[in-house]
Design a protein around this ligand. Structure first.
Ligand SMILES: [Zn+2]
Length: 491
């Protein structure tokens, strides 16, 4: 339309040079045609394999910790359709792949997303509600009443959003959860783009989501049916603990898990008090021996804590291929004890790391801090600084957790064919420089806030510290509203 308004200029008078100009244009046009043809011929003649393959994301130039072998000093990771299609030195990978999104990772570490093997994500809304108390006082006077009065589908929705934002910001891409209204948690987890092994709770008293045992069983069946086969969500069954669920009910959950093909998440041997309670009801057995005696254990079971596992228990857990989620910060905050992690690993048990819930037993979901705490606690427990290394706890935070949750075929390392759960950690900071050992810089010097990019299943959830899948300001506003509601409910 605009062009119509411009008066067309009268053509200049034909001059003797005109035929020459036309000839040049004709030759130019011919030349362009010849070049185009030559390009087509060249492209056809060129072997197809030599052309760079188009992928979705190429991370290049970072120190790549594949967690499956030696680190790659200047490495690249190529991602297509949510899968890792190449990992190796940048000089090789970058020649063969070109990407829609290229992420330059110079001065940064590239590693598998962290696996938080035990938490209760909506409890972010109870963060700091009652710290520095005995476990029983904390549970009976704060957590149980606060949950009874406040936990609804809306509560878990906002709590999951808050927790998801925190996990994405600190590099966690997979988490194992045990809570109520787990289907609502699954929806929020999927929307945030995170991977979850999500356990619907079974407990022998009325819970916020199910007032009776039969209702909990019905909910579990529906929940597993709804989510089984989902790319990101693994539905699981979560009987609370051997002292809060009867023997008959534990056996019922075991049968249900086998029938539905769903893993079991359970708190086991967290405190000395639990050991005592289980011994009283089982004629002196440890919780592990008791669970084994009722046919409960298997490779689809994950213990949270395992603080008080005996040498016999460790043998049983290894034999039955049960995974363990070690929660050093929760065990420290609640003075539960120090789990025999070095012995468990030596026995061949798959040990991951978990933050546990952030309500008076942590109080955050930062897996880098958790790894550092795990290392320090084992050094003290063994009175040996060599008890476990930075590399060892990083393994627990990634592939160890993936193995414990039976997801190691898909995640936990950066290897071709695995799902693309990748994080980038910025080490160009006063807190982390200079870097002599990248594992040491991450575990002992950095924290989760050094994570700048988080990718799960090939989807970028955070870039340049910008969270892309959760509305953070709205979620923080809701969290504050819930704090006021919770405080009023406890008066
Ligand atoms: Zn827990």
């Amino acid at each position: 339309m605009m062009r119509d308004l411009v008066p067309s200029r009268p053509l200049p008078d034909p001059s003797p040079s005109e035929p020459a100009l036309s000839e040049r244009r004709r030759r130019e046009s011919n030349g362009r045609l010849r070049m185009t043809l030559a390009l087509i011929v060249a492209l056809l003649a060129f072997p197809l394999s030599a052309a760079p393959r188009k992928v979705d994301i190429l991370i290049t130039g970072g120190t790549v910790l594949t967690m499956a072998g030696p680190n790659i000093e200047r490495g690249s990771v190529a991602i297509e359709n949510g899968e890792i299609v190449a990992v190796g030195p940048s000089e090789n990978v970058d020649q063969n792949y070109s990407a829609k999104t290229t992420i330059r990772a110079g001065g940064m570490a590239v590693l598998p997303g962290f696996v938080n093997a035990h938490t209760h994500i909506p409890m972010t809304l109870f963060r700091g509600i009652a710290d520095d108390r005995d476990l029983m006082d904390w549970l009976t006077h704060y957590i149980f009443p606060a949950e009874a009065k406040n936990v609804t589908p809306d509560f878990v929705k906002w709590g999951t959003r808050l927790g998801a934002a925190e996990m994405i910001a600190s590099g966690t891409t997979t988490f194992a959860d045990m809570y109520y209204f787990e289907s609502d948690i699954a929806r929020e987890t999927k929307a945030a783009g995170l991977r979850g092994v999500l356990g619907t709770t079974f407990i022998d008293f009325p819970a916020p989501d199910n007032k009776t045992w039969d209702a909990a069983v019905d909910t579990a069946r529906k929940f597993v049916r709804e989510w089984k086969g989902d790319r990101l969500i693994t539905p699981a069954l979560a009987p609370h603990a051997p002292f809060t669920v009867s023997k008959e009910h534990l056996q019922q959950v075991r049968a249900l898990a086998t029938e539905l093909g769903a893993p079991i998440l359970i708190h086991v041997s967290e405190t000395k008090d639990e050991q005592k309670q289980v011994a009283e009801r089982s004629g002196g057995m440890t919780p592990t021996a008791y669970l084994d005696s009722i046919g409960f254990l298997g490779d689809d079971v994950v213990f949270a804590h395992g603080v008080w596992l005996s040498a016999d228990d460790i043998r049983t857990v290894a034999q039955r291929k049960v995974g363990v989620a070690h929660c050093p910060e929760s065990n420290s905050m609640l003075a539960s004890g120090i789990a025999p992690v070095v012995d468990m690993r030596a026995a061949g048990i798959d040990v991951g790391l978990g933050t546990d819930g952030p309500a008076g037993s942590n109080n955050n979901l930062d897996m880098v801090e958790e790894a550092a705490s795990a290392a320090r606690l084992q050094k003290i427990a063994k009175m040996d600084p060599k008890a476990i290394s930075a590399r060892g706890v990083l393994e627990m935070a990634t592939i160890g957790g993936a193995r414990a949750l039976n997801l190691a075929d898909r995640i936990g390392t950066l290897e071709t064919g695995k799902r693309a759960d990748v994080i980038i950690v910025d080490l160009e900071q006063p807190k982390t420089q200079p870097v002599y050992s990248v594992e040491s810089a991450i575990v002992y010097a950095a924290s989760g806030s050094a994570v700048v990019t988080t990718i799960c299943d090939g989807r970028i959830l955070m870039r340049h510290r910008n969270i892309l899948t959760v509305n953070v300001p709205e979620t923080l506003r809701k969290a504050k509203e819930y704090r006021d509601k919770v405080l009023a409910s406890l008066k």
